[in-house]
Design a binder for this molecule. Sequence first.
Ligand code: ZN
Length: 464
Amino acid sequence: MLKLYNTLTKSEELANFPSKEVKVYLCGPTVQSSPHIGHGRSAVVFDFLVRYLNYIGKEVVFARNITDIDDKIIEKSLEQGITYNELTSKVSQEFNEAYLALNCKIPNHEPKATESIEEIIDLIKLLENKEIAYQTSSGVYFDISKYDNYLELSGRSLEDLISGTRVDLVEDKKNNEDFALWKFAKENEPSWKSPWGLGRPGWHIECSAMIHGLFGNQGIDIHCGGNDLIFPHHENERAQSEAAFNKKFVNFWLHNGMVNLSGKKMSKSEGNIKLLSDYINMFDGNTIRYFFLRANYRKPQEFSENLLQESDKTFKNIINFIGDANSDPVDEHLIQLFEESMNDDLNTPKFVGEMFNYMKLSENQNEEKKLKIKSTIRYIFETLGFIFITNDKSQNEEIFKEFFIKYNIKFSNVDSAMSSYIELRQELRDKKEYESADNMRKDIESIGIIIEDGIESGWRWSTS
Ligand SMILES: [Zn+2]
């Protein structure tokens, strides 16, 4: 049985979801600047979770939000002399391209803050009616003294907060730690109408409102995010939602560890900051997924280009080992190792270690046994969202289906799917969106197809 580490109870708990449908929410990006390797980690490790839940027979309803308005977005768009939505649509697209290249499943819902204003206002109104929210000269605030379980999730104490954490210094707040639900607009800031005046939502209320809007008021099964979000973001989400509806908000709180940049420190002053897209171009989605697979998702992970290179090499060895083997879960022992590791709070590094030991032991086995192992390894990696292209194209149907669905193209055969794909790309080129068109060209290389532009334009298999 699947066990997951719950940040709220600080223990591994049996993930006994009562219904077939599992509701999962992941705090997505604030789209203020291009994605970096840390964004990749959060997306990929929780993609492993969603795929494993599917594997054990669950239907996952997966939501990942986009924060498309906040202080930094306003600041950065002013710096760049563009509007906030020019900035956020550009950055959102970069995130989408990275998610596609990393082969992360497309969420069932991707709500944006600026498209959820109505739900946000309704939730603040509810909190105000219950006298949990109050208005000051700068906005509407949540009164933390009205929610008994405040700080239970992060395990902090109010004393810590007062001494350690930056709090909004607003003179007329009731408690220092009360946080903003609605911020009144300053001059020239983007703003929306509300019962309290022109302004914009606070960050925390956005996720609470989206979750209630998408999933109702009965709570969700799993809430995920980076462990840098536990406080204040998730603490405040929980306070708002539980105070508003008097119901348990989330059953499992899952948090991934941060990526540490080892070796040479990456910094703006060194001029060596690399974006996630740089690594995706240097290596590929499989390599980056494999890099994340090697570490326990909850722990910090060291990152350097060398470590990525190592992952690239190891993963290519795995591909070579599998060769042209079919995808088939025929080796029971290996499947057992996989399930035991994943059931142990998604312990992917444990599985990788045991898989290599088992591969070593198989060196002296007969060909039939070896083939079983190869097929099973391929099956397991495909289950976890890795893409294998074999020379026998007929075997790749599932991969193609999954690839083309990302572009809303229904797959029946490669030729017709490719003509839709090329048409879609041409539309982008006609609109002079060359970067996106180029990204489509790069993305399809992951399934072994090369697109060529020019006089003899068209597509061909990379292996032919
Ligand atoms: Zn959130």
